[in-house]
Design a protein around this ligand. Structure first.
Ligand code: HEC
Length: 105
């Protein structure tokens, strides 16, 4: 009867699934990232298909430039990544996402 506690202990050690969205993304922004599919490839805390949000923010783009790069990606900015396909995001939503990124540290 030593086996059951052992199995339970092992089950408890199953690594928790890491959230794709970091805790630091405001709910309204997260909703936009989900709605437009960005969250599938970008996360707060790690590289997915695309660079982590803080890594993009570290490039210190203006909001206007971010909107440009999303509409017309320049993969040469990110060697080692697959190229991002151009994303169609309505202007109002894109402005909110871009504005958030410029303020991200
Ligand atoms: C299928 C995966 C995928 C999706 C979906 C995606 N991205 Fe990306 N993104 C990437 C990859 C890969 C890169 C780096 C290579 C590149 O820029 O082409 C990137 C780069 C970026 C960059 C940096 C551009 C630069 O030139 O520095 C921004 C900003 C960005 N993505 C924003 C977004 C936003 C906003 C959305 C949602 C509307 C989005 N991405 C959706 C994969 C994705």
């Amino acid at each position: 009867m030593l086996l059951l506690p052992l199995l339970l202990a092992l089950a408890a050690f199953k690594p928790a699934e890491r959230p794709v969205a970091g805790p630091d993304i405001p709910a309204d922004i997260q909703a936009l990232l989900d709605k437009h599919g960005c969250a599938a490839c970008h996360a707060m805390n790690r590289k997915l298909v695309g660079p982590a949000w803080p890594d993009i923010a570290a490039k210190k783009y203006s909001a206007k430039r971010i909107a440009q790069l999303v509409a017309k990606p320049e993969p040469s900015n990110w060697p080692g990544y697959v190229p991002m396909a151009a994303q169609k995001v309505p202007k109002a939503d894109m402005n909110k996402i871009a504005d958030w990124l410029t303020k991200l540290k």
